[in-house]
Design a protein around this ligand. Sequence first.
Ligand SMILES: NC(=O)c1ccc[n+]([C@@H]2O[C@H](COP(=O)([O-])OP(=O)(O)OC[C@H]3O[C@@H](n4cnc5c(N)ncnc54)[C@H](OP(=O)(O)O)[C@@H]3O)[C@@H](O)[C@H]2O)c1
Length: 293
Amino acid sequence: MPKVYDGDLTKMFDIAGKKAVIFGGAGGFGEAIAEGYAANGADVLILSRGEEKLQKAVERIKKKAAPGVKVLYRVCDAGDEQAVIAARDFAVSEEGIGGCDILVNAQGINKKMFSWEIDSEFWEAALHTNVTSMMYTGRYFGNWMKEHNTDDGKVYDESTFEHGKASPANGYGKIINFSSVRGIRAVANGGMGNVPYNTTKGAVEMLTKALAADLRPNIQVNAIGPTITYTPMMVGILPADPEIRNHIADSEPAMRIGFEIDVVGPAIFLASAASDMVTATTIYPDGGLVWTS
Ligand SMILES: NC(=O)c1ccc[n+]([C@@H]2O[C@H](COP(=O)([O-])OP(=O)(O)OC[C@H]3O[C@@H](n4cnc5c(N)ncnc54)[C@H](OP(=O)(O)O)[C@@H]3O)[C@@H](O)[C@H]2O)c1
């Protein structure tokens, strides 16, 4: 598939044959996206720290995958620079998925604590997992895309780049970082105790824009900023009773909190040629929270 839409209207959102690397791919959002990509014909490699969770997720993803699609996992702490380099080398090898067209950063941690009782250890861990790990993956996978993903085999030569002129190369690369509604909204009602988490997500918003500026013109870097969703991350943070939980969003346009599936459409759009002119921005599958609260 060419990088830029070539006139076949049925192929605008086509990701068949693409190779997707998904950090946090055994988590709520990561697994949903892996299923969506695999169902649409993309090979997927999911990565996180817990091997058992990865193995179970691979089995579920395989059930939804299109015929012939590769679904693999690798244990990787995205906060460990050497582990990310090794994961990149594995991903692009024949033993892996043989390349990387799409990188999804769906790893993350969250704990609520008021500013007057911030646990410094958690603060550091949150910055490292939610921000530094995305720098590592963006750096090593982004760089690989930059050097390898061209349709005509010509590798983009930075030394000939002229400011104000587009590169003639037709490379393909899509990076999708998980931000949150909390990256730009610190609402008091439902948003208390979020100083560490919100700070990391604000950083993800800017990391995304800055990476997009650096990796231009062939790689689009965007973020997805979902609303409150009852994924494994939110067990113990949100009320266990679905009746009570769903009332959290009563005042918002969608009148419900999110489901994992709500991020899959945006993730397919941001991975496909349909979004080739979309970069350095965030899509909020938030039921309207960001602009109405
Ligand atoms: N759920 C929400 O309400 C919500 C709303 C907005 C944004 N988000 C964001 O969406 C993303 C996905 O969250 P989720 O809700 O799907 O949570 P989740 O189910 O807990 O998934 C997060 C995944 O990240 C992995 N992970 C954590 N630290 C890691 C590390 N150092 N290296 C590699 N993987 C790591 C975890 O696996 P291991 O622990 O096994 O490594 C887990 O599978 C996060 O960035 C989160 O902040 C969530």
